[in-house]
Design a protein around this ligand. Structure first.
Ligand code: ATP
Ligand code: MG
Length: 331
């Protein structure tokens, strides 16, 4: 079982990333043979970003993943741009990617609507680069949040079309989406997902947020009409808070509903804040220490890239041969 996933270095990561993706990475690192996790700096260029800040954001995200429990001795952790096979494979995969499929992607629709100046071709091609990330490692499983379901399905389609066109080279992967907390919603707009690039600060809880800020943000989270602590399509705010408590405490949403039946919203929100603060505190503590040592972070990434390259270059050699790209040697 080979596991692969990627995470963007777009500044501080949030509770949705942590619950939807990062805790699955940690769980997967001893199951994966190997488990491969990538900080996808090339994806970060698909929307406007600050080139001076990006290298530091890569360290932020690396330190957060280590603080969460990833161990470079038990998984492969690296920076996407260090392994050039990703970009080469992305181009080669465009030959088996349908333009119409890219046009249907929810993420492209959502993010292109947010752009004021330029909708880059990179935003449109994002899912092809993501497919290349996964397929370069012939991964079987891709742990992601629910918002990436469609991209992983497209990755499968691309792999299958490649194999049908050029011969059996790639592996069509499955997504692994958590049962609880697959889509943590924005605290101020609970009908939209909590998002690094799409949410305002008040709508997000950052992984390294201190307890006072966590309490403040959760107390002012938007709730719904009515007063019952129960889930429902008419109660997106409370449903989100119930999911957050369930995920952070490792219980089911039904158990949370039972425990807080009869509670008032205000009391429930205090309990949510306590659960989230307790959940994130150990990560925040380790994060500070790890983030301070950039040399150690860089060394871990460089080492991870070497191991990643060994796998990806093997796949690329097979892809190039199958596609008739490059020299074939003397005939
Ligand atoms: P952006 O909104 O700009 O795309 P992001 O918050 O989605 O940023 P990513 O680095 O793209 O951050 O996502 C990393 C992982 O976190 C992915 O597996 C994604 O599915 C997951 N994820 C993102 N947002 C949420 C969320 N609100 N709830 C659960 N999982 C999420
Ligand atoms: Mg995303």
């Amino acid at each position: 079982m080979r596991i692969f996933s990627g995470i963007q270095p777009t500044g501080r990561k949030h509770l949705g990333n942590y619950i939807g993706a990062v805790r699955q990475y940690v769980e997967g690192q001893d199951r994966g043979e190997p488990a491969i996790y990538c900080i996808v700096d090339l994806h970060a260029t698909s929307v406007p970003y600050d080139p001076k800040a990006l290298p530091g954001y890569v360290y932020d995200t690396t330190a957060m993943l280590l603080a969460a429990g990833l161990d470079p001795a038990r998984c492969i952790l690296f920076r996407q741009s260090d392994v050039k096979e990703h970009t080469e494979l992305a181009w080669l995969l465009t030959s088996v990617t349908a333009h119409g499929d890219l046009n249907r992607m929810h993420q492209f629709k959502d993010k292109s609507a947010q752009q004021r100046e330029l909708i880059s071709a990179g935003l449109f091609l994002y899912p092809v680069l993501m497919a290349a990330d996964v397929l370069a490692y012939r991964a079987h499983e891709v742990p992601v949040g629910d918002d990436q379901r469609q991209h992983v399905e497209l990755t499968r389609d691309i792999a299958e079309r490649f194999n049908a066109t050029y011969g059996e080279v790639l592996v069509a992967p499955e997504h692994r989406i958590p049962e609880v907390g697959a889509r943590i919603m924005d605290l101020q707009e609970p009908t939209r997902k909590m998002s690094t690039t799409g949410s305002e600060e008040r709508g997000l809880i950052f992984v390294d947020e201190d307890e006072a800020a966590i309490v403040k943000k959760l107390k002012s989270a938007v709730t719904d009409s009515g007063s019952e602590v129960r889930r429902g399509t008419d109660k997106p705010g409370i449903t989100n808070l119930i999911d957050i408590v369930a995920a952070t405490r490792g219980v089911t949403p039904e158990e949370v509903e039972r425990e807080f039946s009869g509670s008032r919203y205000g009391d429930f929100k205090v309990a949510v804040a306590d659960a989230v603060a307790a959940y994130l505190a150990p990560v925040r503590e380790r994060y500070g220490e790890l983030r301070a040592d950039e040399e150690a972070l860089e060394a871990a990434l460089v080492q991870g890239a070497e191991r990643a390259r060994a796998i990806a270059s093997d796949t690329l050699a097979d892809v190039r041969t199958a596609m008739g790209i490059g020299a074939t040697g003397p005939t």
